[in-house]
Design a protein around this ligand. Structure first.
Ligand code: NAD
Length: 701
């Protein structure tokens, strides 16, 4: 049973019991409805309490039912809430810990509510591209006031029960319990106290008005529009709450339902629900069970205090884990620590970090120039120069000094993690932890599983990632892992587009209009074009058959490395980041095309976006086929959290699915016919071809 029924004297207690968060799945809804019937039929029962077992009152809809018919099967949540309202005997909702979404809507359908302190209360549907669909938009404004309710609905963030209980005039909680432990006895006492009250109070009967509705809703719409471009749900939240103030409750309920169902079908909601599931899926590794014993990570050492080392250190300091930074020379160490301090101080200045927290974090940091000092570290992360010889030196030294059982991780972007593991006598303890720059900000962490990486090492690193608030995605070993191997194809296409007639600004604008945070050329200028140049030089030797546009090399030969040199694909004014179209670059491109005898052609935004995005998709299909990426949704997580792909499109793979893979492949065949492109690359990856033949999608393979 997913809800228990018990008698406490004259009070029937229905306890939701559907771990982990008492999701209101079909079985639970049936059990609640049955409990209500039983209580109403029993003459000995005078009142009813609904509460939740374990870690929540209820977290809302059961995510296992998402998008499945069970979610709507009767009794659906609306019917259960109606049954509460119709109960002839008073119902007290006794809420604690987590009251979210459908859980809060259920409580709002009860006659009385008592809350434990410390409870997280939210209507988070907007985060999935939806509005609350079981009366939340109509009932919450009636108990909290229009503005407080709309803020909660449009943001979706949890507020504490004791904070809500302080709002003037609130009717959300009739009473606050003294503590979570006394919640049930106090709820039972309240139930007995109100047993004879008639008529029973219903939230739907409370008034819902705003004294300056026109001005307020206008203001709310303007604010929301500015905050949530590309997302329809937040504006619908405003609409729904406005309707609550202007129409009857019944009318409001039916309009809420209509909007909810319509939003469910929007690509944005599909994308957000996909990412919600994708994030959870990424944490699961097929052959590494959840209960795999993990190693203890109490002390971390980081080798190299450069751009990455310092940022990586901050993640651990923020999580309260002591870090020892190791460098070759004192001045490098001093520079690293100074940068780290500067980053924290900027946060303090902006009011994002309290001064005493900053001190606490810095107190966890220590430095050394000597390897024996890190012998006791549980996890060592190497972030030294990207040269295999330097990595070899470092890993041989780590193997010599580190205690048995220490995890040895490399932050390499392009080097072979198996080869690095081979520099040690303990390859099972070696793993890749590929952070993205700036490492203290970017959510993505590619966890690179070497051939010999131990399962417990992998499980430990996944758990650590969670502790430092990263989105970890497992990648197999290959050049570039998931993200950078895909971006290479994207960059190649960007180069071909220049060869054929585009300007950097035209490509960037098309991609940014599609929703990327930054187009490829602005990105190159930010990251430094010399980095790609160095990688390409290596690739020219390793993959002589691979065709590249010469444009990026020509740019670097002019010394135009990007923002750091004041000139790249664009010009920059000193101290500013605005990209200004560069006549020098346009001239360089003209001459380049002329030297190849290319007559530039006009290329539309659609072709630009399709070539760039489909190049990601085709390469990802190869990665899936090769087992480098475990699932299409992992690729989507990588691109959303690490590469600025528009989150409201759900990632490249979901985007391809939504276009229809048949159409994607059709476009690839078209691109293959372009003599200035790479016909071999545009052969659809075998997985892609197979999915099309079977009428399937990446996310439903
Ligand atoms: P960096 O040049 O800024 O820093 C490297 C640091 O390592 C320097 O401070 C250097 O003094 C130190 N170092 C070199 N050899 C050492 C040794 N033997 N012992 C101790 N310290 C040593 O480089 P970075 O950008 O921080 O990159 C470091 C690693 O992270 C590379 O493997 C790189 O590929 C990878 N990475 C970089 C980025 C990025 O955007 N910069 C992103 C992801 C991964």
């Amino acid at each position: 049973m997913t809800a228990r029924y018990e008698l406490h004297g004259p009070v029937a207690v229905i306890t939701l019991d559907n771990p982990p968060v008492n999701g209101l799945g079909h079985a639970t809804r049936i059990a609640i409805a049955q409990g209500l019937n039983q209580a109403n039929a029993d003459p000995a029962v005078r009142a009813i309490v609904i509460t939740g077992a374990g870690k929540a009152f209820s977290g809302g809809a059961d995510i296992r039912e998402f998008g499945k018919p069970a979610a709507l099967a009767e009794p659906n949540l609306l019917s259960v809430i109606l049954a509460c309202e119709h109960s002839a005997k008073p119902i007290v909702a006794a809420v604690h810990s987590v009251v979210m979404g459908g859980g809060l809507e259920l409580a709002l359908g009860c006659h009385y509510r008592i809350a434990a302190p410390g409870c997280s209360v939210a209507l988070p549907e907007v985060k999935l591209g939806l509005i609350p669909g079981a009366g939340g938009t109509q009932r919450l404004p009636r108990v909290l006031g229009v503005e407080a309710a709309l803020n909660m609905i449009v943001k979706g963030d949890p507020l504490r029960s004791e904070v809500l209980a302080q709002l003037p005039g609130q009717r959300l909680f009739d009473r606050m319990a003294d503590s979570p432990q006394t919640l049930l006895p106090q709820a039972l006492a309240l139930a007995q106290e109100v047993a004879d009250v008639r008529p029973l109070p219903l939230v739907r009967h409370l008034p819902c008005k705003h004294p300056q509705a026109d001005a307020y809703f206008q203001f709310a719409r303007n604010t929301v529009k500015a905050m949530a471009r590309n997302l329809p749900a937040p504006l619908k939240c405003v609409d729904a709450v406005e309707i609550a103030t202007r129409s009857s409750f019944e009318e409001g309920m039916s309009r809420e339902r209509e909007m909810f169902i319509n939003l469910m079908w929007t690509p944005q909601s599909r994308a957000l629900r996909h990412l919600f599931a994708a994030e959870r899926a990424a944490a699961k590794i097929a052959d590494v069970p959840d209960d795999t014993t993990k190693r203890d990570i109490a002390q971390v050492a980081i080798i190299g205090a450069g751009t990455m080392g310092g940022g990586i250190a901050m993640n651990f300091l923020n999580a309260g884990i002591p870090v020892k930074l190791l460098e070759m020379k004192q001045d490098a160490l001093d520079r690293g620590v100074a940068t780290l301090r500067k980053n924290y101080e900027a946060q303090v200045k902006k009011g994002k970090l309290k001064a005493e927290k900053y001190e606490e974090r810095m107190a966890l940091l220590s430095t050394t120039l000597s390897y024996p000092d890190i012998a006791q570290a549980d996890l060592v992360i190497e972030a030294v120069f990207e040269e295999i010889g330097v990595k070899e030196q470092v890993f041989r030294e780590l193997d010599r000094v580190c205690k048995a059982g220490a995890i040895l991780a490399s932050n390499t972007s392009t080097l072979d993690v198996n080869a690095i593991a081979g520099f040690t006598q303990r390859p099972q303890d070696v793993i890749g932890m590929h952070f993205f720059s700036p490492a203290n900000v970017m959510k993505l962490l590619e966890v690179v599983r070497g051939e010999k990486t131990g399962k417990d090492v992998l499980a430990t690193v996944m758990a650590v990632s969670k502790k430092i608030k990263k989105t970890a995605v497992v990648s197999g070993v290959c050049d570039g892992f998931i993200g950078n191997r895909m971006i290479e194809q994207y960059a190649r296409q960007a180069g071909f587009l220049l060869d054929e007639g585009c300007t950097p600004a035209q490509v960037d604008k098309a991609v940014e209009k599609f929703g990327f945070a930054m187009g490829p050329f602005r990105m190159g200028d930010l990251a430094g074009n010399d980095i790609g140049w160095a990688i390409r030089k290596r690739r020219y030797a390793e993959k002589p058959g691979m065709r590249y546009s010469r444009t990026a090399d020509l740019l670097c030969e002019l010394g135009r490395f990007g923002q750091k040199t004041g000139a790249g694909w664009y010009d920059y004014q000193a101290g500013q980041r605005d990209a200004i179209v560069s006549p020098v670059v346009l001239d360089m491109l003209d001459k380049h095309r002329a030297s190849l005898g290319i007559k530039p052609r006009k290329i539309g935004d659609t072709e630009i976006v399709e070539r760039l995005v489909f190049s990601l998709v085709n390469e990802a299909a190869h990665l899936l086929e090769e087992g480098i990426a475990a699932r299409a949704s992992d690729v989507d997580m990588v691109y959303i959290t690490g590469y600025g792909f528009p989150f409201w499109r759900g990632g490249p793979m979901l985007y391809a699915d939504s276009l229809g893979l048949f159409n994607v492949v059709h476009a690839m065949h078209r691109f293959a016919k372009n003599p200035l492109d790479d016909a071999a690359f545009w052969q659809p990856a075998p997985l892609l071809a197979r999915l099309v033949a079977e009428g399937k999608t990446f996310n439903n393979a």
